[in-house]
Design a protein around this ligand. Structure first.
Ligand code: SAH
Length: 505
């Protein structure tokens, strides 16, 4: 079925309004689908945002809410030359993995993308995504079964999931605003999430992936702020005080921190506020105010004042204790973090004699794990405050065989090489964009016996594994770990060994 697009449909009411929509449109007349028309589509995959990837007459349409294996009726909203976006009208043949999303605000919020897929199917999907990336981007061979592994390809294990995939987050960051009707008046303070694709705040009482204490903290802060007449920040006028509430919870200690992010230094009714919060929230250890006067989407400003209590809360991963300050990066799913780090440690294959480098080390979480079983660990991280935390955490745990340095991994590690540091194992845990090419080149020059690659993005993992494979490494196994259940994010850890002659210290 092929239909021509009329000029009128460019501004048709069914269209989504996006940037670039007003540009003179490319010639889309030859496409097998037309805007505002309805089609039946077969869903063949899941896209980056959790949307169904559908095919109509060989043409790709992205369809929010549709699942692989389904046949659906859709209406085309927007077209580009190679693909388009369509709205799900009706499910003609549902997937056996489809379930009703438990969260009442699931479709409005966008924080989770896979609640309509059974958890077991989510885990299968995440493993498959890793496999697809290794094969397509990394041009790597994946073994069909365990018996087949190593000789015939990389063993990609089933995703390690959670027994209970809900309520796993230890940190909530909630924007505060006004109900639209109350924009210019006091009261009407709300807090929740931004409606998908906008900056309109929708009030929210609970988030099913947040630890319950975080919901309680946010609800109490909102109630008390309303009671004391504290004004919510208005993004458009840049007036008002309370911008965000951040709640942090130590899963293994029960410690709670509240951070109020304010548009200015003042904190009206400070004593009353502190008293009411302490009364309402058992386990509260720290109340901080972070000042952010900028017109920006960035949540935190540079200055943090302690209003009451400690400047940190504590949590543990395995045997190690971490001090977490208001702005520190700390993995949001502590239960799965332990699973992930244990796997990384396992892949590092340490006997106690090794020199190990932990690149992209953050606050030193993996480094301190490794240090318990290595001779010496070197950690490098680009954010200075994170390195301050890393050093503090090493002291806190009496771990002395670790040294941290601030800087880009691709600059500091070549410098370490010049100084004669020769690692037996290098662990990398880069951000989504993967490792810098200069770092990969240095790893190939340093030639450690093992590389452990912790990745939050399977496509850059696959790209980087290709480089390491071409340089003499062999990827033995990859373990996907579900760090972010109900969302499309996929974390995995890969184990590589050097195939050639290993340098002997
Ligand atoms: N391993 C840590 C942090 C991983 S997140 C943990 O598990 O907690 C990735 C880290 O890489 C972030 O802390 C980020 O600040 C840091 N980073 C980003 N680019 C970097 C670079 N070029 N060199 C070193 N660190 C970098």
């Amino acid at each position: 079925m092929s239909k021509k697009i009329s000029n009128q449909s460019k501004n048709g009411s069914g269209g989504v309004s996006r940037k670039g929509n007003n540009r003179p449109s490319a010639d889309l007349s030859g496409l097998p689908v037309a805007k505002n028309e309805e089609y039946e589509a077969e869903i063949v995959g899941i896209g980056h945002e959790g949307e169904g990837v559908g095919r109509v007459n060989g043409f790709t349409l992205f369809i929010q809410g549709a699942l692989p294996g389904e046949r659906v009726l859709v209406k085309v909203l927007k077209l580009k030359k190679q693909y388009g976006y369509a709205k799900l009208l009706k499910i003609l043949r549902p997937s056996p993995d489809r379930i009703a999303a438990p969260c009442p605000i699931y479709s409005q919020c966008g924080g989770c993308q896979l609640q309509h897929l059974s958890y077991e199917a989510q885990l299968r999907f995440k493993r498959q995504l890793v496999v697809d990336n290794l094969e397509r981007i990394g041009k790597l061979k994946v073994a069909e079964s365990e018996a087949d592994a190593s000789e015939k390809g990389i063993l990609v294990h089933p995703t390690l999931g959670m027994d209970d995939p809900w309520r796993y987050r230890n940190k909530a960051q909630v924007p505060i605003g006004f109900e639209a009707a109350n924009a210019d008046r006091e009261g009407g303070l709300i807090g929740g999430f931004y409606a998908q694709g906008s900056h309109r705040i929708i009030d929210m009482d609970e988030c099913l992936i947040q630890q319950e204490n975080n919901d309680l903290v946010v609800a109490e802060v909102k109630r008390i702020a309303r009671e004391l007449g504290i004004r919510a920040y208005n993004e458009e006028t840049h007036k008002g005080l309370l911008r965000h509430v951040v709640a942090r919870y130590g899963f293994n200690t029960g410690d709670i921190m509240v951070v109020l992010i304010t548009n200015g230094e003042s904190m009206p009714h400070k004593d009353e506020l502190v008293g009411l919060l302490r009364q309402a929230i058992p386990g509260l250890k720290s109340i901080c105010q972070n000042v952010n006067k900028e017109r920006t989407n960035v949540i935190f400003g540079d200055k943090t004042n302690v209003l009451w209590g400690d400047d940190v809360i504590y949590d543990t991963i395995g045997d190690i204790r971490f001090a977490i300050s208001a702005r520190s990066f700390y993995q949001v799913n502590p239960v799965q973090t332990e699973v992930l780090y244990s796997k990384a440690l396992d892949f590092a294959g340490l006997s106690g004699e090794e020199t190990v480098i932990d690149a992209y080390c953050g606050i030193g979480t993996i480094s301190l794990f490794l240090a318990q079983r290595a001779r010496q660990v070197y950690g490098v991280e680009i954010v200075g405050e994170a390195i301050d935390d890393a050093r503090r955490n090493a002291l806190l745990n009496g771990i002395r065989n670790v040294q941290f340095e601030v800087g880009a991994a691709e600059v500091v590690i070549p410098e370490w090489r010049r100084q004669g540091i020769a690692p037996d194992v290098i662990v990398v845990d880069p951000p989504r964009k993967g490792c810098d090419a200069a770092l990969l080149a240095t790893i190939l020059e340093m030639r450690p016996a093992r590389v452990v690659y912790v990745s939050c993005n399977p496509s850059t993992l696959a790209r980087d594994l290709r480089v390491l494979e071409d340089g003499g490494y062999s990827t033995v196994e990859v373990q996907p770990v579900d760090m972010f259940p109900l969302t499309v994010h996929v974390e995995s850890v890969a184990s590589l060994i050097y195939k050639g002659i290993v340098r002997i210290n």
